[in-house]
Design a binder for this molecule. Structure first.
Ligand code: KG4
Ligand code: ZN
Length: 352
């Protein structure tokens, strides 16, 4: 039995998770504590890196103490430390990496620098058990929108598509701002959309036409900046005409376009590549329409859909502990103690 501590600080959440790795590779989540600085960023409409770094510094030790207490263990019981070393905000990552090094050195246990994006996929194994190989992962967050071919969570992840401009969550945050809704935009748009008509406005579906290959884009790439601009133009035109903006209908129509494109491409990729399981993770996976449409389209195509509960979808330390546990179980060598943060760590590099 092995106890893995996971530390996450790539954006605006300070997360500490504790996972127990059993003798047959099974994972048990013992503790999962998160301190968010999202409220400090709200008035800026996006994450302010310096504010996030400072908040991580202040939250790290208290969050660690809460996680250890919640798990009912002692720090000295920890057998390995895993930490997000990228991708993410440089200063924010450094706080987590420095803390992880200090804990690993003080406890004299191995340190694993891991990829945040692979961590989002690993989160699902805490709830639904081991992933079949290969499987497909749709990762949708504030910073990333990617379609990943996952052969082995501990080492072989290949990006087969990604956004060429805005991430899906970023589009939510920008459209929320256009509609006068608070930051982060996902939850308020999701709520407004529930009251609106998704067929009210035909917003564009980026990179879904014939022109995609002519433009030299990969077949599973995404684009959301044209959609955001279309929403902005539509709202401006209404305001220019002195007419009220039907916020609920705009939100529902926008949300339908995002969910349509994401699920259509993911399900098409699974079919074309002959893959039977799709995992959807990242903050936007909490979206009600995305999960409903994914469930419908996966059922029609005979694909198993796995969506972790919202708490595991948004940034947390448990997902990093889970990925660390998979690395330990697979016998992957730990990182050197001179490990540093890499803000642009590619998704193919699962651990450093
Ligand atoms: O994964 P996450 O917590 O942090 C990043 O790594 O970015 O994702 C945050 C993003 C934000 O853009 C937020 O607006 C979006 O997830 N989000 C949602 C919902 N809840 C959070 N987007 C759509 N619908 C939701 N219900
Ligand atoms: Zn994330």
């Amino acid at each position: 039995m092995t106890l893995i501590l996971g530390i996450e600080s790539s954006c605006d959440e300070t997360g500490v998770g504790i996972v127990r790795l059993g003798p047959r590779g099974e994972l048990e989540l013992l503790g999962d504590e998160v301190a968010s600085s999202v409220e400090q960023h709200a008035r800026f409409g996006g994450v302010v890196p310096e504010v996030a770094s400072r908040a991580h510094l202040e939250a790290m030790v208290p969050t660690m103490k809460r996680a250890i207490a919640a798990a009912g263990v002692e720090l000295s019981d920890v057998d390995a430390v895993a930490v997000t070393c990228g991708p993410g905000l440089a200063g924010a990552l450094l706080v987590g990496v420095s803390a992880a090094k200090a804990y690993a050195a003080a406890l004299d246990v191995p340190l694993y620098g891991v990829n945040h994006l692979a961590g989002h996929v690993a989160a699902d194994t805490l709830q639904h058990g081991p992933l079949p190989s290969p499987c497909l992962a749709l990762l949708v967050s504030g910073g990333h929108t990617q379609l990943l071919l996952v052969d082995d969570l501990a080492g072989k992840i290949t990006e087969i598509g990604s956004t060429i401009d805005d991430a899906a969550g970023e589009a939510y945050d920008k459209v929320a701002r256009i509609l006068g809704l608070p930051y982060p935009g996902g939850p308020p748009i999701d709520r407004a959309a529930g009251r609106g008509n998704p067929a009210a406005i035909a917003f564009p579906r980026g990179l879904t036409g014939q022109r995609q290959s002519e433009l030299g884009r990969r077949p599973y790439d995404f684009s959301f900046s044209g959609l955001k601009t279309a929403v902005a133009r539509w709202v401006e035109a209404r305001e220019r005409d002195g007419e009220p903006v039907p916020v609920d209908d705009v939100a529902a129509s926008f949300q339908e376009a995002v969910a349509d494109v994401l699920t259509a491409k993911a399900v098409r990729a699974a079919g074309e590549l002959g893959i039977g399981t799709l995992v959807v993770s990242g903050g936007v996976a909490a979206n009600s329409r995305l999960s409903a449409l994914a469930a419908q389209r996966c059922a029609e195509a005979g694909i198993e859909l796995r969506v972790p509960r919202p708490r595991l979808c948004t940034d947390n330390g448990a997902m990093i502990a889970a990925l660390g546990a998979h690395l330990v179980a697979a016998g992957v060598p730990p990182s050197a103690l001179d490990l540093s943060a890499d803000p642009a760590l590619p998704v193919g590099t699962v651990s450093v």
